[in-house]
Write a protein that binds this ligand. Structure first.
Ligand SMILES: Nc1ncnc2c1ncn2[C@@H]1O[C@H](COP(=O)(O)OP(=O)(O)OP(=O)(O)O)[C@@H](O)[C@H]1O
Ligand SMILES: [Mg+2]
Length: 251
């Protein structure tokens, strides 16, 4: 059986060509805060003056549009699909195509839908494209990251042994596949504990910082101005400012 070359491979390369840094926000377990971190990170970088895109690749539970409070903006068709600029960031999500109904994708369809999204989206010249990934590294995800050759990973965990166990697996897998890992954000911290730090030392992956459990975050979901004033966003901004990973030469 010969290798079948999917024509989308070339197109995706071209589509991602003018993006300086491609950062996938990933993690082991579901519900650890990937979407909130991806969205607030995108907004924070944008407020610092960078050109930023946000791509929600979580087909089964797209959330970034809810966090951003997007209701009636849609992408424009123009030799592909041009993502609308919302709150200063270029935003693309599968939700534009599926609406609020459940995504009608299963198995191989999931990778196809993700690849399609990557192939049709015409990003501008971006400093950062932040990608909100589905939980874990399933088959579909494995398919897709091969197509985003330059993707680097930001890993999210909570200070829980259970979450950390899966995160370690994800780190091992990504390392074996030679994808760079920028570091880990420890989210929803409620007390002092060196659990995450100690475990990550063993695998030589840096902790970029921690974000405390923010009791009031729910009131800010869907309201970008409130969101950017939240304790969550303040801590996110500190992480971005102190981490060399997020420094790019501004034009
Ligand atoms: N630091 C925090 N403090 C308080 N609540 C938080 C914090 N981080 C995330 N949350 C809340 O936890 C819930 C899960 O967050 P989010 O949807 O970002 O997780 P996720 O990892 O993307 O989940 P999924 O795996 O389902 O995609 C959301 O209601 C979010 O508002
Ligand atoms: Mg999510």
């Amino acid at each position: 059986m010969g290798m079948v070359i999917d024509p989308r491979l070339n197109i995706i390369d071209k589509r991602l060509y003018s993006i300086k840094r491609l950062i996938g926000v990933s993690g082991g377990k579901g519900g650890v805060g990937k979407s909130l971190i991806a969205t607030v990170l995108a907004l924070t970088l944008s407020r610092l003056g960078y050109h930023v895109g946000l791509l929600d690749l979580d087909l089964s539970a797209p959330s970034a549009h809810v966090i951003l409070g997007i209701e009636s903006v849609y992408p424009k068709e123009e030799k592909g699909i041009v993502p609308p600029v919302v709150h200063g960031i270029e935003f693309m999500s599968i939700v534009y195509f599926t609406g609020d109904g459940p995504a009608p994708f299963r198995g191989i369809d999931i990778s196809n839908a993700m690849l399609e999204l990557l192939a049709i989206t015409r990003w501008g010249s971006l400093d950062f494209l932040i990608v909100d990934m589905p939980p874990g590294i399933g088959d579909a995800m494995m398919d897709v990251i091969r197509w985003m050759k330059r993707v680097e990973f930001l890993i999210v965990t909570t200070p829980s042994k259970v979450a950390l166990e899966t995160v370690k697996k994800v780190i091992k897998l990504l390392t074996e596949l030679k994808f760079p890992i920028i570091g880990v954000i420890e989210n929803m911290k409620i007390r002092e504990s060196s659990l995450v730090k100690d475990e990550l030392k063993k695998v030589a992956v840096p902790i970029l910082g921690e974000i405390g459990f923010d009791m009031k975050i729910e009131d800010s979901i869907g309201d970008v101005n409130k969101l950017l004033e939240s304790c969550f966003a303040v801590e996110m901004r500190e992480i971005v400012l102190k981490s060399p990973e997020f420094k790019l030469q501004l034009k």
